[in-house]
Design a protein around this ligand. Structure first.
Ligand code: SF4
Ligand code: SF4
Length: 544
């Protein structure tokens, strides 16, 4: 008996037809996979496709998690089987393998929607794809244009979406080496030039398609305006390049329909899969990586997908690139049993039961461990319990705690005290507490080492120096505890957040490690970190 509730909840099926890719994008964990790469077994692919309509009627199968689907020679057989079974297919492709012959085959099908990862609109950014068979971005762009034009040449109804990367200003990565793990477009002008080239080229192409296929163009546009009326009214779909916003949110990208059934989207690029080797590849040696996992129960729409990786492992989300959700493998667990399994229901109901989800919804920090020759060390890694940064908080900028806020730091100097600048709305005799807990890499646990009380002055900004006896070269969690209030209840304002203290600065105070005095001559600049090896207690620990 099928569970109708789980059926109704399923938003997408996934069949990773291959985990191989002919590109090596720096922003993708594909090259870091620990599981063995390969094509999905024919038998398993057919099983999933045949079961699709029964499991989740009307829901398409996406032929990816990782990998370039056109590398699997059976791809067209699978699309044909889907067509026979009344199942729609979504393909994400890097475009490089879309030859005339393949396009001709592809556009014969009535059930295909193709997403093209154009992403890198400059030569410099294109170099990040690690693909040598194409000279640069212009050649790549022409392949996409040919694919779009071929759709009209072959009178195909296939939906095409073309994705361009655009960077999010903030993601969940906090890195001592800059706010992002990587930056693809360091110069905004470079990105703008790339976007202009794309906009110009697709505008030209659209005009040519309209001239050469006037009836198909007019009819297609009429259908699109009718079918997409709500999105058009909400400005989620626009018809001119200049009306397309740079990005909205990761899953709310707007689209420019440059020709009927052809939508260009700018996709905010955040972190994709908090994969340990992937993070390690981007962080410098000697950095300390910490994932603060989200532990309280939560749900996420991402878990409403269902499918198999190329090795047959069941998964519920494309972030689970190694298949670590513990649902089983199609080789040993029937597809219907997996679909209706307790484990699947458990993750849907509470994602915190999956480490992948806890990490994905948590905070990742990359900390420099090299000693600093300074008397201050900023504490600027914020975990759970902090509200977002407010640039103008009490004219200084800072964050509210939510009553129990966790920060993290690695001691890079001999710290003797914690300096905290904050403002409290509570009576001046209210005691607040600070707890410093040291991390033990062996047990992977924090142990309380120091705790102290401190006080503020009601509605006044104060700076407190709290004595703390901390170990050197040690990773610490600092917890600030205070009562809370809700501005809406207290002042009748619109702010419904639960707030504690308004903290504008948090730093360790002390002196540089003593042995640094012998190395001062080697220092490149006063106050700069000392380069060198073996200064940190750890080489490259990945913690959880
Ligand atoms: S992002 Fe796509 S094209 Fe790039 S390596 Fe990953 S799977 Fe391949
Ligand atoms: S929280 Fe879980 S289900 Fe949601 S996107 Fe992250 S890994 Fe996927």
């Amino acid at each position: 008996m099928l569970d109708r509730d789980l059926q109704a909840k399923t938003t997408l099926l996934m069949l990773e037809v291959t985990s191989h890719c002919n590109m090596h994008c720096t922003f993708c964990p594909s090259d870091d996979l620990v599981r063995r790469k390969g094509h999905v077994s024919d038998e398993q692919a057919v099983q999933l496709i045949r079961a699709a309509h029964e499991l989740a009627p009307g829901i398409p199968i996406m032929f990816n998690v990782l990998g370039e689907p056109f590398l699997n020679k059976k791809l067209f057989d699978y699309i044909a089987l889907c067509e026979e079974c009344g199942v729609n297919v979504a393909l994400i492709t890097n475009i490089t393998l879309l030859t005339e012959e393949r396009l001709q085959k592809l556009y014969r099908f009535s059930n295909v929607h193709m997403n093209m990862s154009l992403h890198t609109p400059t030569d410099k950014a294109f170099a990040e794809r690690g693909y040598k068979k194409i000279s640069g971005f212009r050649e790549y762009m022409e392949m996409v244009c040919n694919t779009v034009e071929a759709k009209f040449r072959h009178r195909s109804k296939a939906g095409l979406e073309i994705y361009l990367a655009s960077e999010l200003t903030e993601n969940l990565m906090q890195n001592d080496n800059g706010s992002r793990l990587w930056t693809m477009f360091e110069d905004p002008k470079e990105y703008e030039a790339g976007w202009n080239l794309v906009a110009e080229r697709f505008t030209e192409l659209s005009a040519r398609i309209e001239r050469e296929y006037p009836e198909a163009f007019a009819q297609g546009m009429e259908e699109a305006r009718r079918d997409l009326a709500p999105q058009i009214a909400a400005r989620e779909i626009v018809f001119r390049a200049e009306e397309l916003p740079e990005w909205k949110l990761e899953n709310q990208c707007s689209g420019w329909m440059c020709a009927p059934g052809v939508i260009i989207r700018r996709k905010g690029f955040g972190m994709w899969a908090y994969h340990e080797k992937f993070v390690q590849r981007h962080a410098q040696p000697g950095r300390f990586v910490f994932h603060e996992e989200r532990s309280e129960p939560f749900t996420c729409g991402g878990a409403l997908t269902f499918g198999i990786l190329s090795n047959g492992t069941y998964t519920l989300c494309c972030q689970d690139v190694e298949g670590e959700m513990d649902i089983g493998n199609i080789a040993t667990l029937d597809i219907r049993e997996a679909f209706h399994s307790r484990r699947r229901a458990e993750i849907i109901e509470n994602c915190a039961t999956s480490r992948i989800c806890r990490r994905c919804a948590g905070n990742t920090m990359i900390l420099d461990t090299r000693p600093i020759q300074s008397e201050k060390q900023a504490i600027d890694k914020f975990g759970f319990g902090w509200h977002i940064h407010e640039a103008h908080l009490f004219a200084k900028g800072g964050r509210w705690t939510g009553g129990s806020a966790k920060s993290y730091f690695y001691t890079r100097m001999d710290a003797e005290s914690l300096a905290i600048e904050f403002r409290s709305p509570f009576p001046s005799d209210t005691a607040f507490r600070v707890l410093a807990s040291a991390y033990d890499p062996a047990t992977k646990k924090f142990t309380l080492e120091e705790s102290a009380e401190f006080y503020g002055r009601r509605d006044r900004m104060v700076r407190e120096e709290i004595p703390l006896n901390l170990r050197r070269n040690t990773f610490y969690r600092l917890t600030l505890l205070s009562p809370t209030f809700v501005p809406k209840q207290l002042y009748g304002s619109g702010d419904e957040r639960r707030l504690g203290l308004a903290v504008t600065s948090l730093e360790l105070a002390g002196k540089p490690f003593e042995e640094l005095s012998n190395k001062v001559a080697a220092q490149p600049a006063p106050g700069a970190a000392i380069p060198g090896e073996g200064l940190s207690a750890y080489q490259f620990p990945i913690l959880s």
